[in-house]
Design a protein around this ligand. Structure first.
Ligand SMILES: [Zn+2]
Ligand SMILES: [Zn+2]
Length: 128
């Protein structure tokens, strides 16, 4: 197989789409709809928070472009296309949590639940 074939094959198998917000490659595309569902599951632990948070997230979902052609299909639902990475989405949720002034422990638990890597570069840039 020649070089061009190899590259084409690679592109077909692993399209390297970038997040609209942080411009990092989306390696594990999970769409905002599926992520919102995860947040929903997590928030059942905190019914009053859930009551405030979920309408905000639904509102946020409306602002996200989905099903654009230059993005990868969600590995969970295989329906929506993902133009932003889960880090950026989770960070958005975190901002909502801050807005709602939830306490540190809940935020920490939230980050643990989503296995959120605080060392992710785009997040680090925001902190430092
Ligand atoms: Zn991102
Ligand atoms: Zn999905």
């Amino acid at each position: 197989m020649n070089m061009v074939d190899t590259i084409n094959k690679h592109l077909l198998q692993a399209p390297n789409f970038e997040c609209e917000i942080c411009n990092e490659a989306i390696t594990n595309p999970i769409c905002p709809v599926c992520l919102t569902e995860e947040v929903n599951i997590w928030s059942t632990l905190y019914p009053s928070l859930r009551h405030e948070l979920m309408p905000r997230l639904k509102q946020y979902l409306k602002t996200i472009k989905m099903n654009t052609n230059d993005s990868s299909r969600c590995i969970k639902c295989h329906r929506h296309r993902v133009a932003l990475c889960s880090y950026c989405f989770i960070r958005e949720v975190l901002e909502e949590l801050e807005d709602l002034q939830v306490n540190r422990d809940i935020k920490k638990e939230f980050l643990q639940f989503f296995n959120y890597d605080l060392g992710h570069t785009s997040y680090k840039d925001d902190i430092y």
